[in-house]
Unconditional design. Structure first.
Length: 219
């Protein structure tokens, strides 16, 4: 069973930091990704497609931020590999389950996601009808065939987000995220606004609703 975890960095400094800490692990590969409104989700829009030869021969692919140890204890990947070798029916392994408010408590995000899933022909009450597992960060491992299907789904979602008039009305508003370490100058460069827009927060929640009811290994 072959597992690869991509450790995602954004610049030379974060690449150096992550490389010094994780490059010696067999399961880890540190990469530097372009910074856009998608943030880590650019992996599903662009990087994985352009670099398929780097991951196509693995059984499971996972993702972690360069700063994931600020949020979670480093998982025991040897134990995860051992479990997946014994039972390869698991489709997803969440590496971080958040304790956050439900999506309908976030008015603008709820409107955006409701509009998105309506256009995808999900039931009208889909966002509120299930007890979704809160895996809002891009910290998860997926079976490779499930990941391939998600890449197709992600592209479909991005097309809707970019063209749906209701979504476009809200997605560029101030998401009021104050925990970031990005300067206003960099935010202007990324969003053309001096604040975080909703893009990264919407895109990081799409897996929550797509992977619901998949067979998960809960650590």
């Amino acid at each position: 069973m072959r597992l690869r975890i991509y450790i995602l960095s954004f610049n030379d400094e974060t690449f150096k930091f992550a490389s010094e800490r994780y490059s010696n692990y067999d399961w880890a590969k540190v990469i530097k990704i372009e910074t856009t409104v998608l943030f880590e989700s650019i992996m599903y829009d662009k990087w994985l497609i352009e670099n398929e030869d780097d991951w196509k021969d693995f059984d499971y692919i996972g993702f972690l931020s360069w700063k994931f140890e600020y949020k979670i204890i480093i998982p025991n990947f040897n134990k995860i590999i051992e479990i997946l070798e014994k039972n390869n029916s698991y489709e997803l392994v969440p590496l971080f389950i958040c304790n956050t408010k439900p999506i309908y408590d976030h008015e603008h995000m709820y409107i955006i996601l409701k509009s998105l899933f309506k256009e995808l022909n999900y039931p009208d009450n889909y966002l509120t009808s299930n007890n979704f597992l809160a895996i809002y960060c891009n910290f998860w491992i997926a079976k490779i065939d499930i990941l391939r299907k998600y890449l197709i789904f992600f592209k479909k979602c991005k097309n809707i987000i970019n063209n749906n008039p209701i979504i476009q009305k809200y997605i560029n508003l101030d998401a009021e995220y104050k925990q970031g370490i990005i300067s206003k100058e960099k935010l202007l460069e990324i969003f053309n606004k001096p604040y975080y827009c909703y893009h990264p927060f919407i895109y990081e929640r799409i897996p929550v609703y797509y992977f619901h009811n998949k067979k998960m290994l809960i650590l």
